[in-house]
Design a binder for this molecule. Structure first.
Ligand code: HDE
Length: 664
């Protein structure tokens, strides 16, 4: 249960209710008319005097701010984090210091490449950025749903982003990596190999923001009161488990409901189905920095969970939607440098560059240095310093003094020592020559790409292979296709051979030595230990008459399933309400389907069958009430079942992939 939420209280001071109020200008002047501009005669020109018109139009003309250069498309929610216990043995961060301690949070999920108006279900990594409003200041954990990244050094980030964004000459394609510049970048910057394997896997088409993991990606440090430090990687584990679309479905959803993930999160929270994620940490003591066969500072490497186990620290619950998308979701400003005592950095060269980029980008995006005063970004603890002025300054700092050191104000605001909560950077000893080079430990680009491939179940391998064929098949340049195949041959000859054949290139695969070592990390597979559940899954029920459907619908709802009725019309059907027709609903928007009727009208029945086909082709659970309503071939297939109990069981399995081999 959530206790008092300080952030919620703070935001209330800024939240305005416009309902039942008189319309005024921004100066508070009540207006008698808002439909007509001030004119000379009712057919004459508008006159300059019309301050109301000018104010309204000028405000409108300036409504837009630049979208985020990456992660432009996102959605967010409020919630709280609760610590499982006392983690003071590893970090002095106060929000982790006692069991049951709660901290308000704000989380923004996003896609990376697409513009603000692009579709949610595209193939992409997802951002997972959390702002903890702690008593010691804001702590931002700015992560993704994939644990590695495309590049090793931040200086390449502009190149990578230029390559994945729409191509500059014609701004095509939107929110997709299936184009020449992306794959040209990958083939020529082979540190991307591991990330590309994750990107081609089902991880990059998550079913829901509620059902994906989050990873800090970079290596950070935890430091305790005694100054003892560990290298750490941070993880979010969704309580519902990790679940994905299939590719054909994801592409169709992009058209049928481009807001799918946004809507899914919003609806779940409105319905009281609060998404939950556990925060976990992997710890490597300082003295074991070089004890692994990968470099622990390399952001293209995971720390296999089997080698470095997870320690769970607490749970986050998202329980409140935003009141205003722009004010909160759009204006929230995350930064990896927003830390609290006990959390510190490593020399991971991607992280070092991120430490510069995040504040810098807010300056242009939010229009100046006072973005920390925007309500969503404001800490819930007091903040005092000698920074002053700038565009849109809101704080009214009283007094004569805005400098340090001073005597007029008894030398305050004053820095405080670590013992009193002052942040002190970890005193790492660093020694070296200035050099622009890749560290030797960062040179191996393929071992973990292979580790990932070897850890996949057959169906995951097949999906990766198909994703490669799709993406590389969209590349126009045959030379780039060939380069990608040759790169993939360093990961798996089988994968490279299939790819070469499917995309029509002859590549020199045999000359690349085939790796025989078959290391695995089962934790990276989505399907090795899937979590089965039905609560919050969305099911369409096809009926004609309401009377017979009510008990069925009530039973589904009692199991926590979200039900929508689809029929040949909307509105009252007996004692239930039909939500959709076959035109307003789409089979790709549901996790499962129950067919409870057959329509006499041939055209309508054709629509039902098309609906069933699509749910079937995406391997989703299908229930039927009677043999007459379903085709015989389907009724014998895995995951197509008669009766409620069998359906609930079938729905708990996300996808019945064995269907592909059962018939057809
Ligand atoms: Fe970001 N990233 N990033 N990034 N990133 C931004 O900041 C950057 C990286 C991530 O919901 C930008 O406010 C550099 C890794 C998320 O508001 C920008 C590098 C990871 C979000 C920026 C990286 C991320 C951003 C754009 C390589 C996973 C959205 C707008 C050195 C751990 C946050 C903004 C939100 C946003 C820079 C790489 C996650 C430009 C230079 C790795 C979730 O500052």
């Amino acid at each position: 249960m959530e206790q008092e939420n300080k952030k919620k209280q703070q935001l209330e001071d800024y939240t305005v209710e416009d309902r039942d109020k008189a319309l005024t200008t921004n100066q508070g002047l009540k207006m008698s008319e808002d439909e007509f501009s001030l004119k000379v005669g009712d057919r004459g020109p508008t006159i300059m005097e019309d301050f109301h018109f000018r104010e309204k139009m000028t405000h409108f003309d300036h409504e837009r701010i630049p979208e985020r250069v990456v992660h432009a498309r996102g959605t967010a929610a409020h919630g709280y984090f609760e610590s499982y216990g006392d983690a003071s043995d590893i970090t002095m961060a106060k929000f982790l210091s006692e069991k049951g301690k709660q901290t308000p949070v704000f989380v923004r999920f996003s896609t990376v490449a697409g513009s603000r108006g692009s579709a949610d279900s595209v193939r992409d990594a997802r951002g997972f950025a959390t702002k903890f409003y702690t008593e010691e200041g804001n702590y931002d954990l700015v992560g993704n749903n994939i644990p590695v990244f495309f590049i090793q050094d931040a200086i390449k980030f502009p190149d990578f982003v230029h390559a994945v964004k729409p191509e500059p000459h014609n701004e095509i394609p939107q929110a997709q990596s299936a184009h020449d510049t992306f794959w040209d970048f990958v083939a020529n910057n082979q540190e991307a190999a591991h990330m590309v394997m994750w990107h081609m896997s089902d991880r990059s088409i998550p079913r829901s923001y509620r059902m994906m993991e989050g990873f800090g990606v970079n290596t950070y440090r935890f430091v305790n009161e005694d100054g003892v430090a560990h290298f750490v990687k941070l993880h979010w584990k969704p309580v519902l488990g990790v679940h994905s679309f299939v590719w054909d479905e994801a592409q169709k959803i992009a058209g049928k409901d481009p807001d799918f993930h946004r809507r899914d999160l919003y609806d779940a929270i409105e319905q009281g189905n609060y998404p939950e994620y556990e925060l976990a940490v992997q710890l490597i003591p300082e003295e074991q920095e070089f004890a692994f066969d990968f470099d622990i500072l390399d952001p293209t490497k995971i720390w296999p969970e089997e080698q470095v186990p997870l320690r769970k620290l607490g749970k986050m619950t998202l329980n409140r939607n935003v009141d205003n998308f722009f004010a909160e979701t759009e204006q929230v400003a995350f930064h990896v440098g927003h830390v609290v005592p006990g959390i510190d950095f490593s020399n991971d060269p991607l992280l070092q560059g991120r430490l510069f980029s995040y504040t810098d980008t807010q300056l242009i995006r939010l229009g100046g240095p006072n973005f920390h005063e925007i309500p969503i970004n404001k800490p819930v603890c007091p903040f005092h310093n000698n920074q002053r002025d700038g565009y849109n300054r809101q704080t009214i700092n009283r007094g004569q003094v805005s400098y340090h050191k001073n005597s007029l104000q008894n030398n305050t605001p004053n820095p405080v020592p670590r013992a009193n909560g002052g942040y002190e950077h970890y005193q790492e000893k660093v020694d070296g020559r200035k050099i622009r080079a890749r560290s030797q430990g960062f040179e191996d680009h393929f071992s973990q790409a292979r580790l990932f491939w070897n850890s996949m179940t057959p169906i995951e391998k097949e999906h990766i292979m198909k994703a490669f064929c799709f993406e590389v098949g969209k590349v126009q340049s045959m030379d780039i296709r060939k380069q990608v195949v040759e790169m993939v041959a360093h990961i798996s000859h089988d994968l490279a051979k299939t790819l070469a054949e499917k995309v029509g290139v002859t590549a020199t695969i045999e000359t690349i030595p085939e790796e025989t070592e078959m290391k695995q990390s089962p934790a990276v597979s989505m399907y090795t230990n899937p979590i089965r559940f039905v609560e919050t899954k969305k099911v369409a029920v096809i009926i004609q008459k309401g009377e017979e459907a009510k008990p069925l619908i009530e039973a589904l709802e009692a199991a926590g399933i979200v039900v929508e009725i689809v029929s040949d019309r909307q509105g009252t059907l007996g004692d239930v309400i039909s939500d959709h027709t076959f035109d307003t609903a789409s089979p790709v928007l549901y996790d499962g389907l129950i067919v409870a009727t057959k329509f006499e009208d041939a055209l309508t029945q054709r629509k039902v069958e098309t609906f069933i086909d699509e749910v079937y082709n995406h391997y989703k659970a299908i229930g039927y009430t009677d043999e007459d309503v379903i085709q015989v071939a389907y009724s014998k297939a895995p995951g197509v079942v008669k009766g409620l109990e069998a359906f609930i069981d079938a729905l708990a399995t996300d996808r019945h992939f064995d269907r592909e081999y059962a018939i057809g």
